[in-house]
Design a protein around this ligand. Sequence first.
Ligand code: FMN
Length: 208
Amino acid sequence: MEFYDVINKRKTTRQFLDKTVDFEIIKRILEAGNKAPTWDHNRNWQFIVLRTDKEKEYAFEYAKSIADKFGAEKYLNFPRPYPITLGQKMYGYAVPKQYTMLKEAPYVIIPLFKAKELNGEYVSKLNPFATIWCVIENIFLAAIAEGLSCSMRIPLNNEHDIVKAKLKVPPSYMIPVFIGVGYADPKEPNLEQYKPDVNKQIRFGRWK
Ligand SMILES: Cc1cc2nc3c(=O)[nH]c(=O)nc-3n(C[C@H](O)[C@H](O)[C@H](O)COP(=O)(O)O)c2cc1C
């Protein structure tokens, strides 16, 4: 697929077809992740791959509880002093799918990056975290190039430590995201997104 087609086709998918994915494709996607820039030259990230319903049910109990208790109708129709934003519409759509978008994906990739904890004192202290997000974006784009698509859930607050303990991740690693990979259901609704105007974003030389 042409590079800009891949970029333009990438979207977060939360509804997958019940269709098997060849694991060789998953390996190619992970190889693409491994081509990401690395801050410490080590590329010492790891990938936990969940394949079975049992594995996914076990790992994502927390995500299920969040999705189950969210009242989408109430959230979306709550009287607001201003029109509902596209972000709020997306939130109302996405939260109920936080579990199914992982459970129904044939594979869930959980990248791990080496860090005991995050230190945001300076931007540069976040290099381990920044690096793994380069890996993650390569994974998203490679999935699209392979005709697949990805869901993503960022572990919410202590969900991180809960899943880390369940999956027996060593203390020296952290989990940035859970990525569901599968064939996108073409029937999934496409919610409107803001489209920034690059001409209004560019500032030559300095802010103003
Ligand atoms: C840092 C980050 C965190 C996100 N967290 C979640 C999440 O926890 N659950 C979810 O369903 N989507 C999550 N998303 C996906 C966004 O909702 C999505 O990227 C956004 O709506 C734009 O849509 P697009 O990815 O289809 O272009 C996250 C995206 C980013 C970049």
